[in-house]
Design a protein around this ligand. Sequence first.
Ligand code: FAD
Length: 432
Amino acid sequence: MLRVAVIGAGAAGLCVARHILSRLNVFAPPVVFELSENIGGTWCYDERVGTCDIGRLIHSSMYRDLRTNLPKEVMMFPDFPFDSQLSSFLPHQEVQNYLRQYCEEHHIRPHIRFNTAVEKVTPVVTTTEGDKVRTTWEVTSSDSSGGQRTETFDSVFVCSGHYSDPHIPNIPGIKNFKGKVLHSHDYKYAEPFSGQSVVVLGAKASGLDISIELANVGAQVILSHGNARLTFPLPSGIQQSAVVKAVDEDGNICFQVIVDGSVASADVLMFCTGYNFRYPFLDASQLGLDIQDHLVSPMYLFMMPPAFPSLFFIGICKIICPFPHFNCQVQFALAVLDGRVTLPPASQMKDEAQRQLRSRLDQGVQQRHLLVLDQDQWEYCNTLARIANFTPLPPVVRSLYEETWRQRRIHPQNYRKLNYRLVSVTQWELID
Ligand code: FAD
């Protein structure tokens, strides 16, 4: 029986546990380590900022009024639909409920060790008879009473999420800024910003949504970003600007504009600039990995360090359809473990992973976006399904996902009012 450790009881970790529990002929029941007292990870809204009672950073970056940016019809694990009575775009509480139901339905809860943090994961390589190399994993965890324990597993799934460690770009002179500086990780709701001038840095999902929330309570928002000017309608309280270049000695924010610079003063500087990868329990060099703010490499199939293909990272790619994507990665990883998929030798996996990154760089993808899959996610998931021989994602997932992105670009304030229904594996329809 293969013993598997799962780090994190968010959507990814629950998905690993669910699939292991359906294959108890090969796997021992999983041990899921969860540092908080809840399941759901990102979807556990926490009003606290900074650190919690036991000194750990608050994990969730959820804000009070967040509604999902994908409809439930594509967000769901393909084998576990949301309640059909719910609207398509859900308040975050409904996603947490959904994950609780998933957990109950698949009897996962007894296998979760709550309030238990994984502190260290170490590979132990032994040479067995016939010169075969075997890797096991020592996992050291500590519970809330501080008690430490080290156990041995055949495989470890890293499902600790990557939306918790705020990325703050270097802005010269930021110490001169006299107002409030915060990252979207610590943004909870808009009311305290009413009547204030707020410079929001970054116009991706959170930057845009938070700007709209702020404008709706009467904040004056300067939405600063380096993309092409957004052409869809934004609330009147939002003005777009170029990227912030520096804060001058008077505490004013200088914007980088191609022709001439411009300057603004503001009460608040809000970084919606994404998150860093952070795996404090891993020794990257020991694993042959390079872990940077926005990149973990080389990773075979965006999942495994080539030298240690029994360590799996679920969900490190960005701009994906998360739950269906996790579901594909998990099925693939389990097929590797139980021998249904034979991997190439480590050197070949490393070459392939590096070649893939190089080809993305050659196509003009910036270093910080190398793990953005976006359009490539469908071929990626299909490839995993083909190799490991599991049912691929139904085409309707892609088609409704793409429709949602189209609507988001045209109506960023209103696309969540739409409701959809899946008609077949290839078709969806809009309903009232
Ligand atoms: P997480 O949910 O982050 O779970 C990781 C878990 O690991 C946590 O419970 C944490 O406590 C635990 N953990 C971490 N370190 C340790 C340790 N050392 N030991 C033990 N446990 C540990 N996706 C969508 O599909 N639709 C959306 O609308 C959407 N909106 C989003 C909005 C925001 C603001 C954010 C931040 C993300 C959003 N996402 C959305 C993406 C979302 O992150 C994924 O859907 C998914 O929930 C990620 O799950 P995860 O299990 O990978 O990570």
